[in-house]
Write a protein that binds this ligand. Structure first.
Ligand code: KG4
Ligand code: ZN
Length: 329
């Protein structure tokens, strides 16, 4: 079994996964969303303090598995250094106590493997990763073989939802709040510009759209509840249309037979619906991670770590460091 730890942002999570069968034996997550909500975003110092409380609590529950653990996996990049550190310190302590090897896992690779929890990986695949920190189109051939085809020039998809929610005084995280408000709004009421729509460039950009929403809010002064819902719906539609337009460019260029969306923002139902329809029309095989594994969790880290374990790809203790930024290569 592999014990895995995730603490890259505001979720403290531990999982235990059986190596041979990929079976998830234990998974628990304590989310800090409520604690950060009043600040409109994650406060790193508060987050790290809450991890220091939550991780040992969850660890108590996996004591029975400890004698069977063959490796300890932990998210080491990318993320907030002070929160990554909390998971890494726990992993190192377990390494010293159990004498089992460490596996530092890239959080983005973890999101990719959220597609394969409990099962064998189905690769190659083109993957759209949409989270709070990243918006990327990836060509995934294997655990150590991921090519970045497109990335964002400024804000990420999830981040733009967080920022629009903050602007409207709606709290954090913005994604689910905006999605809920949008369900009561007219997506065509405010025709926000679709970023980079006249460019063949394979890249994303969300800061212009965010500013267009800001200007519209300023123009409205005190928007009515219906106007607020219409803003949310029109923003969401433009944000997803941008994803879809750029992904079409990638599909035309790379002609994948299999495509998937991962990351916290892939929980968005409108996004799921639009991409599913388009993939069906194009005859591209379409996959999504189960809703419970879209957002940050340790199950995906454990699943990814099985690939590293099988390849003997371990991380020496002194090399296991928190890295806020990472490039997948
Ligand atoms: O993957 P994740 O849990 O954490 C990171 O690795 O960043 O993604 C969290 C991000 C947040 O920005 C959140 O607002 C966004 O995903 N998100 C959504 C939805 N649910 C979460 N964005 C749009 N629609 C949603 N339903
Ligand atoms: Zn994530």
């Amino acid at each position: 079994m592999i014990l895995s730890i995730e603490s890259s942002c505001d979720d403290s999570s531990i999982a235990v996964t059986e190596i041979e069968s990929y079976r998830l034996l234990f998974h628990k997550k304590i989310s800090q969303e409520l604690a950060h909500s009043r600040y409109g975003g994650v406060v790193p110092e508060l987050a790290s303090r809450l991890h220091a409380e939550a991780l040992p609590k969850i660890l108590q529950e996996v004591k029975e598995f400890l004698p069977s653990i063959r490796a300890i996996a932990v998210t080491s990049e990318p993320g907030l250094s002070v929160t990554l550190m909390e998971g890494i310190i726990m992993a190192k302590a377990l390494h010293l106590a159990l004498h089992k090897p460490l596996i530092g896992v890239n959080h983005l690779i973890g999101h990719i493997y959220s597609l394969f929890i409990g099962e064998e990986a189905r690769l190659p695949k083109m993957v759209l990763l949409v989270s709070g920190g990243h918006t990327m189109i990836l060509n995934v051939e294997g655990y150590r073989n991921v090519e970045v085809l497109a990335t964002t020039l400024d804000d990420s998809f999830g981040e733009s939802f967080d920022k629009v929610a903050k602007m409207m005084g709606l709290g954090y995280p913005g994604g689910p709040i905006i999605e809920e408000l949008a369900s009561r709004g007219d997506p065509h009421r405010f025709p926000f510009p679709i970023p980079l729509r006249n460019s063949r460039r394979l890249a994303f950009s969300y800061s212009g759209l965010k500013n267009a929403v800001r200007l519209q809010l300023e123009r409205l002064g005190t928007p009515t509840p219906q106007e607020r819902a219409d803003i949310a719906a029109s923003f969401q539609e433009a944000a997803i249309t941008h994803l879809l337009q750029k992904t079409r460019t990638a599909w035309d260029r790379y002609r994948p037979s299999s495509f998937a969306i991962v990351g916290g923002a892939s929980a968005n139902l409108r996004l799921r619906e639009l991409f599913e329809r388009e993939c069906r029309e194009r005859g591209i095989d379409f996959e999504l991670a189960p809703l419970e594994f879209c957002a940050d969790n340790a199950a995906m880290i454990g699943r990814a770590a099985i690939e590293a374990y099988r390849a003997g790809d371990f991380t020496p203790m002194e090399e296991l460091q928190a890295r806020p930024k990472s490039l997948i290569t």
